[in-house]
Design a protein around this ligand. Structure first.
Ligand code: S3P
Length: 475
């Protein structure tokens, strides 16, 4: 069934994507003790999935706490282009009127995914099960990211692209008679797992994904919650087999999106490293496939407490309280990487204010995120006088203690929101201010980052020292 040649046309030229706007440099200044209680925005992974599964369900899905960042709003826009009904009510609740599994309709214009890898790869799984062609595009960062890892299994199931494309822009042709497969993930990627499961939801029979290392499990949890038949078995060799029976049927549900632990990482890191700080972050997702950073920070000596642990919308959540702590370097094992993959830029900055070396193994996947995060993190550390080295897929940071970061550098963010936020946080405890060349991308995942950090006591200005114009009105 694998398609080797195809009648699918090359994609039309599309506009540059969401981020052609001028970059917005920003400077972070050394802060006095941070304090306060805050809510971080909804989890990005769960937000994308809630919208998508709502669009594939019959009936009405209501979503509270949705992350209203550019990546997720892009997914909402795309689902509308594909015929789903979506509305945002005045109280912030989103309502999705789904089309049923396989019921989306052909778009008339190209689908622009902006900066969003999750949006693109999960939607490819869904589009695979629809017998129409779509032109897919993204911004300069997304257009460099590998799509072959998703396209390879989807091609095995019967989807077709205009050639052997493995980068955006591309034209993607789905079909309504996909073949179910058993697929062993060659990389630890929840996006690849999810794309295959979503295509499997549309195929006739059982599609199984085998993962050797557990990755975030929101797709399997939420598919079940929406009524799909999903089986998860732990094999004797330690691998996890996730099987979906297709064609599945989903029914509209109420989804409460918990706070994003990957966004909470930034204020928590700031509070750990700025002397005298104490903060609380309410309602954060603590699903164990996402909490590797918190395990690591505790090993480093961080005073981090999960309080009021509870179940909300099928996920574990807690309020996280953090106090500034004397940190020591640790070795972070490779097997922990999938549970904290988005948090390494922040951890590397925290490691710079710990005593001794922090060794982070198994970072190969960091090279294919919104930027090459391994290189961008190492370069940002070097620009601010921190000794760090990359050895293959390992990053080693030599920490100088609480007052050991010289700062004073300008960090190249490469259209990467997490690089921007990690180094702005560094500026709060470095000896000299830290600049980032572009803070605009932060809006993709954490639009309220700056006002929330300011409310805790952070100061950001434009690099010429004037107040940041975006701060007026609490941008
Ligand atoms: C995500 C999976 C991870 C993560 C990304 C969100 C998801 O990517 O980095 O931010 O929602 O499934 P990979 O699956 O490529 O590791």
């Amino acid at each position: 069934m694998t398609a080797t040649s195809s009648p699918v046309p090359a994609p039309p030229a599309v506009a540059a994507g969401a981020h052609a706007a001028a970059p917005r440099p920003l400077r972070a200044h050394r802060a006095a003790a941070l304090s306060g209680t805050l809510d971080v925005p909804g989890d990005k992974s769960i937000s994308h999935r809630a919208l998508m599964f709502g669009a594939l369900a019959t009936g009405r899905t209501t979503i509270t706490g949705l992350l209203e960042g550019e990546d997720v709003l892009g997914t909402a826009r795309i689902l509308k282009q594909l015929g789903a009904g979506l509305d945002r009510h005045d109280d912030g609740t989103w309502e999705v009127r789904g089309r049923g599994v396989g019921g989306l309709t052909a778009p008339t214009d190209a689908l622009d995914f902006g900066n969003a890898g999750t949006g693109t790869r999960l939607m490819m799984g869904i589009l695979a099960g629809h017998a129409f062609a779509s032109a897919l595009a993204g911004d300069a960062s997304l257009s460099k990211r590998p799509m072959g890892r998703v396209l390879a299994p989807l091609r095995e199931m019967g989807a077709v692209t205009h050639d052997d494309a493995d980068r955006l822009p591309l034209t993607f042709q789905g079909r309504d008679d996909l073949v179910p497969i058993t697929y062993t993930l060659p990389v630890a990627s929840a996006q690849v797992k999810s794309a295959v499961l979503l295509a499997g939801l549309h195929a006739r029979g059982i599609t199984t994904v085998i993962e050797r290392e557990p990755t975030r499990d929101h797709t399997e949890r939420m598919l079940r919650y929406f009524g799909a038949e999903v089986r998860v078995d732990d094999a004797s060799d330690g691998a996890r087999h996730i099987a979906v029976t297709g064609p599945g049927a989903l029914s509209g549900r109420a989804v409460a999106v918990p706070g994003d632990p990957s966004s909470a990482a930034f204020p928590i890191a700031a509070a750990l490293c700025v002397p005298g700080s104490q903060i609380s972050v309410r309602n954060v997702l603590i699903n164990e496939t996402r909490t590797g950073l918190y395990t690591t920070l505790r090993e480093m000596g961080g005073a981090i407490a999960f309080e009021n642990e509870r179940e909300a919308g099928g996920e574990r959540v807690a309020d996280i309280t953090v106090k500034a702590s004397a940190l020591r370097g640790v070795t972070v094992p490779a097997e922990r990487a999938p549970t904290m993959i988005d948090e390494y830029p922040m951890l590397a900055v925290i490691a710079a204010c710990a005593e001794g070396e922090t060794v982070m193994h198994g970072l190969g996947e960091l090279k294919v995120k919104e930027s090459d995060r391994l290189a961008a993190t190492a370069a940002g550390l070097a620009a601010n006088g921190v000794a760090a080295r990359v050895e293959g897929d390992t990053l080693v940071v030599s920490g100088g203690g609480p007052d050991g970061i010289p700062g004073g550098g300008c960090v190249a963010t490469h259209l990467d929101h997490r690089i921007a936020m990690a180094f702005l946080v560094m500026g709060l405890f470095a000896r000299a201010p830290v600049d980032v060349d572009d803070a605009s991308m932060i809006a993709t995942s954490f639009p309220a980052f700056e006002p929330l950090m300011r409310a805790l006591g952070a100061t950001f200005t434009s690099p010429d020292g004037t107040a940041d114009p975006a701060a007026a009105g609490g941008a």
